[in-house]
Write a protein that binds this ligand. Structure first.
Ligand SMILES: NC(=O)C1=CN([C@@H]2O[C@H](COP(=O)(O)OP(=O)(O)OC[C@H]3O[C@@H](n4cnc5c(N)ncnc54)[C@H](OP(=O)(O)O)[C@@H]3O)[C@@H](O)[C@H]2O)C=CC1
Ligand SMILES: O=C1O[C@H](COP(=O)(O)O)[C@@H](O)[C@H](O)[C@H]1O
Length: 488
């Protein structure tokens, strides 16, 4: 009997994300022999064109975005042969029926659907598929972010999709979870005996999470304005990172155990009260400035009108549970920052008693720091105190030194993968561990809504910062007020 074929139906296939990330990732998986066979991709966008014209656009995209060492004419041709194109405008039943007919002619096995369209189309597209009879008992659906713009609207999307698919077949994408570096946080915490006994308020003073980007709007003005950094970055990527840092150890590495622990941490985030929102949050918007020597127009100039959308946000969060009581989590993210860097700082408390104090060097003892850099390069640095070489006739001299691990060097022979390779493979294979469960999204929105409500009530406006700087000075004051400073 012939093997059952798998079909991936990709909506939004003519879009930016599909060209830059999704098709190159699928191509990489094919090159590594990781896709099930037979495997077909049914690509769909609103634009009308035939298979050949669409395949030409993908051939171009691969040349630009796929890894150069994997480019090979025969392999590209073999990949393109698997792609058919079917134009569908959301809401057009006849087009859905045509897509369904073509999909049935390709698939005798599992169907995976990927929604890479504007989020307002997630529900109508799923309903179109249902109307065309394309949702079977084992059909899975992946949705890009954002799911809604607040808790109420995210519930509407989740209800609409949940009416058609069971939760275990819904794959809410947060591409940060597909990054090796983010998965490595779990390896660091739970694959080593070293850290867990200290991973709590008795040893940790505070935690910082920074996701700084050098890019500005990159032509995404219509999406970004009115959304802003809080909803674009904190609601999803940064809270996912926070939940992995803060969660209790899961019993095992499976989707239920891991996500149960993450959601408990997210639900423990202390809602921001309107009277604390001003001291616990800073909103910034970039004005004209230079990033990496290049002059950048201000946000409002690029938009063509004044706007109160934040392109920078800094927050002081608290997690109200046994492990984290009294440990602030400082979060900051911004566009047009001086450098692209995503990192986590675990700031330990000072030693409880310094034996070096007597000879006058005690004051120079620096509390340990663990710095986990997620991007652009992946490394882990543990700052410890060491004795400076010397005869020390006037007392032992200590100095801070770093124990550095560069994961690029440690795993020099491993190919670095696009986050979407992992996520697409998990979708095809049906593993939801690295996707966001409904209760997680809703816990994330609950906390974010408390901040936006506080901003509204207090009338907190954006403060300008020059592009190419680390945000408004209020962002620095937010942490320095507590006697700490951002790790730059
Ligand atoms: N781009 C990025 O870096 C990131 C994107 N995302 C998310 O991914 C999704 C896609 O983003 P992106 O690729 O940038 O968006 P684009 O605007 O580049 O692409 C949108 C896609 O949706 C299709 N589309 C638009 N309107 C309709 C319609 N009425 N009916 C059917 N199809 C339609 C477009 O088809 P056509 O072109 O033929 O009109 C196109 O294929 C969004 O949810 C976004 O939030 C998430 C993280 C990062
Ligand atoms: O989801 C988003 O993420 C990107 C940043 O992703 P990265 O993988 O380059 O760190 C951000 O630029 C974009 O605004 C946001 O929608």
């Amino acid at each position: 009997m012939a093997e059952k074929s798998t079909v991936l139906i990709l909506f939004g296939a003519t879009g930016d994300l599909a060209h830059r990330m999704l098709f190159p990732s699928l191509y990489h998986l094919l090159c590594d022999g990781l896709l099930p066979e037979p495997f077909h991709i049914m690509a769909s966008g609103r634009t009308r064109m035939d298979d050949a014209a669409f395949r030409d656009t993908i051939a171009e995209a691969l040349k630009t975005y796929a890894q150069a060492e994997l480019l090979d004419e025969d392999r590209i041709a073999g990949f393109l042969e698997r792609i058919v194109y079917c134009p569908v405008s959301a809401g057009d039943e006849a087009q859905f029926a045509a897509l369904a007919e073509r999909a049935r002619s390709l698939s005798t096995g599992p169907v995976a659907v990927y929604l890479s369209t504007p989020p307002s189309l997630f529900a109508p597209t799923a309903q179109g598929l249902a109307g065309a009879g394309l949702i079977g008992a084992d059909t899975r659906i992946a949705m890009e972010k954002p799911i809604g713009k607040d808790l109420a609207s995210s519930k509407e999307v989740n209800d609409a999709i949940g009416a058609l698919f069971p939760e275990e077949h819904i794959f809410r994408v947060d591409h940060y979870l597909g990054k090796e570096t983010v998965q490595n946080l779990m390896a660091l915490r739970f694959g080593n005996r070293l850290f867990e006994p200290l991973w709590n308020s008795s040893a940790i003073d505070h935690v910082q999470i920074t996701v700084a980007e050098t890019v500005g709007l990159e032509g995404r003005v219509s999406y970004y304005d009115g959304v802003g950094a809080l909803k674009d970055m904190v609601q999803n990527h940064m809270l996912q990172i926070l939940s992995i840092i803060a969660m209790e150890p899961p019993a095992r590495m499976d989707s239920t155990a891991v996500r149960d622990e993450k959601v408990k941490a997210l639900r423990s985030l202390r809602p921001m009260e309107p009277d604390s929102v001003r001291t616990h949050s800073v909103r910034g918007q970039y004005r004209e400035g230079a990033v990496g020597g290049k002059l950048i127009a201000g946000y409002a100039e690029e938009l063509g009108k004044p706007s109160d959308t934040e392109t920078f946000v800094a927050l002081k969060a608290h997690i109200d549970n046994w492990r984290w009581t009294g440990v602030p989590f400082y979060l900051r993210t911004g566009k047009c920052m001086p450098s692209r860097q995503s990192e986590i700082l675990i700031q330990f408390k000072p030693v409880t008693h310094s034996i070096f104090r007597r000879n006058g060097y005690g004051d120079a003892l620096e509390p340990n720091q663990l710095i986990i850099r997620l991007q652009p390069d992946e490394n882990i640095r543990l700052c410890i105190m060491a004795k400076r070489p010397g005869l020390d006739r006037d007392g032992v001299k200590l100095q801070e030194v770093g124990l550095d691990v560069s994961l690029a060097h440690a795993f020099a022979n491993e190919r670095r993968r696009i986050a979407y390779e992992r996520l697409l493979l998990d979708l095809i294979e049906g593993d939801t561990t690295l996707f966001v469960r409904r209760d997680e999204v809703e816990a994330q929105w609950t906390w974010i809504d408390s901040i936006t409500a506080g901003w509204k009530e207090s009338g907190q406006k954006v403060v300008q910062y020059a592009a190419g700087t680390w945000g408004p000075s209020a962002g620095i004051a937010l942490i320095e007020r507590d006697g700490a400073s951002w790790y730059d």
